[in-house]
Design a protein around this ligand. Structure first.
Ligand SMILES: NC(=O)c1ccc[n+]([C@@H]2O[C@H](COP(=O)([O-])OP(=O)(O)OC[C@H]3O[C@@H](n4cnc5c(N)ncnc54)[C@H](OP(=O)(O)O)[C@@H]3O)[C@@H](O)[C@H]2O)c1
Length: 349
C-alpha cells in the first residue's frame, strides 16, 4: 500500500500501482513525435482513452489516424480531455500552451509532461492545477517496442507541490499505463529531472563523449595513423564498453576487459578527465541551474538555429564523420548480426 506522496528514496513498482485513477478519464496527447506516439499507443493498449491533438496540416495526423487513434486539433483535444499531455519541443511549449491549450482546459483537467523543462524553467505556470511528470529514461521508439515486448523503461516521476492530492495516484497510474513502472518509477521534482537531464546530455551523452571521440580520433590521425584504424579504436568499440557498463556497471565492465585495457584505462583516464575538466563541468552545471542555458536556448530561434547549423556542418565535414560514413553500411550490418555482450555473460557463467 503506497502512501502519497511516495517515499522519494523508493521506486514505485508496477504491481503496487492501480490504473483506476485513469479509468473513465480521457488523455489528450498534444504532439505525436517519437515520445508522444509511444505514450499514446502504450496508453491505448493499456485500455486508456486517448485523443491526439495536432495542428492542422500536420503530416502526423494521418500517421496517428492510421494507428487507429482519434485525432483533433490541439484546442479540441484539450477541451475534450481530463488529462492533457504536452508532448512538444521545449521551445514550442509556452506558445502552444498560451494560444491553444490554456484557454480550453477544463476546470479539473490535469497537465502532464515527459520532461521537466517547461515547468522548471517557467515556460508554463500550472498554478494549483494538477500537474505531473512522467519522464521515461528511454528514447520514445524504444519505450514503445519494449512495452510491446512486455517490458518498459525506468521513469522519473514528479508532481508540482501545488497540485491537489489526487495528482500523485494519477501520475503513478499514467506511468504504469505507458510502461514506466516496469523498470521502476523514481519520485523526483521537475527541476531535478530537467537539470540532471540537460547536464547528462551536455557533459556526457551528446557533448562530452562526442568531443572525446573527435579529439582521440584526431590525435591518432594527426600523427599519421590510418583513419579507419582510428575509427575502429576510438569510435566503433565504444558501443561494446557502454553495453558492458549498462549490463554490469563500471567495475563489472573492467572485470570483463583485458588486463592491459583495464590498467591503461584506470591509470590514464583520470589524467585526461582531471580537475580542470571537472571544474568546467561544474560551470556547465551552473549555467543550467541558474537558467543561463535555458535563456540562451530560448532567446532567439533564428540565431540559435543558424549557430547550430554551422556547428552541425562542421561536425559533418570532419574526418571522423567522413570515415564513419564510409564504414557505416559495413558496421551496421555487423551490428545486426552481433550476438551482443551476452556471449561475455555466457563466458562468465
Ligand atoms: N524523443 C524522445 O525520445 C524523448 C525522450 C525523453 C523525453 N522526451 C520528451 O517528450 C516530449 C515530446 O518529445 P518528442 O520527441 O516526442 O516530440 P518533439 O519532436 O519534441 O515534438 C513533435 C511534436 O510537436 C509538435 N509541434 C511542434 N511545434 C509545434 C507547434 N508550434 N504547434 C503545435 N505542435 C507543434 C509537432 O507537430 P507536427 O506534427 O505538426 O510537426 C509534433 O507532433 C518532450 O517534452 C521531450 O523532451 C522525448
Amino acid at each position: 500500500m503506497i502512501t502519497w506522496p511516495p517515499d522519494p528514496r523508493r521506486p514505485l513498482e508496477e504491481r503496487a500501482v492501480s490504473l483506476a485513477p485513469l479509468h473513465a478519464q480521457t488523455v489528450a496527447m498534444i504532439g505525436y513525435g517519437t515520445m508522444g506516439r509511444a505514450h499514446a499507443l502504450n496508453l491505448r493498449d493499456s485500455g486508456i482513452a486517448v485523443i491526439v491533438g495536432l495542428r492542422e496540416g500536420s503530416p502526423r495526423r494521418e500517421v496517428a489516424a492510421r494507428a487507429g487513434l482519434e485525432v483533433r486539433t490541439v484546442a479540441a483535444a484539450t477541451a475534450a480531455s481530463d488529462v492533457v499531455m504536452l508532448m512538444l519541443p521545449d521551445e514550442a511549449m509556452a506558445t502552444v500552451f498560451a494560444a491553444e491549450v490554456g484557454p480550453h482546459l477544463g476546470a479539473g483537467a490535469m497537465l502532464g509532461f515527459a520532461h521537466g523543462f517547461a515547468v522548471a524553467f517557467d515556460q508554463i505556470d500550472p498554478g494549483d492545477r494538477g500537474c505531473f511528470l512522467v519522464a521515461p529514461k528511454s528514447q520514445g521508439d524504444m519505450l514503445r517496442s519494449a512495452y510491446e515486448a512486455g517490458g518498459g523503461a525506468p521513469g522519473l516521476l514528479a508532481v508540482t507541490p501545488e497540485s491537489p492530492p489526487e495528482t500523485w495516484p494519477l501520475c503513478a497510474a499514467y506511468a504504469r499505463a505507458v510502461g514506466c513502472l516496469r523498470g521502476g518509477g523514481w519520485p523526483t521534482t521537475f527541476r531535478e529531472e530537467c537539470v540532471s537531464d540537460q547536464f547528462g546530455e551536455q557533459a556526457v551523452l551528446c557533448g562530452g563523449v562526442i568531443e572525446l571521440l573527435q579529439a582521440a580520433f584526431d590525435t591518432l590521425t594527426d600523427r599519421g595513423y590510418d583513419a579507419t584504424n582510428a575509427y575502429f579504436e576510438c569510435v566503433h568499440e565504444l558501443e561494446l564498453i557502454t553495453d558492458l557498463v549498462h549490463r554490469y556497471g563500471v567495475d563489472g565492465m573492467r572485470a570483463r576487459i583485458s588486463p592491459t585495457a583495464a590498467y591503461g584505462g584506470l591509470t590514464r583516464g583520470p589524467r585526461l578527465i582531471d580537475g580542470t575538466v571537472r571544474a568546467r563541468m561544474a560551470e556547465i552545471l551552473d549555467e543550467i541551474e541558474d537558467g543561463r542555458f535555458a535563456r540562451e536556448f530560448l532567446a532567439s530561434h533564428e540565431d540559435r538555429d543558424r549557430g547550430r547549423a554551422a556547428l552541425s556542418a562542421r561536425e559533418s565535414s570532419s574526418r571522423l564523420a567522413g570515415t564513419g560514413r564510409e564504414l557505416q553500411a559495413r558496421l551496421n550490418d555487423l551490428v545486426r548480426h552481433r550476438p551482443s555482450t551476452r556471449s561475455e555473460e555466457t563466458r562468465d557463467e
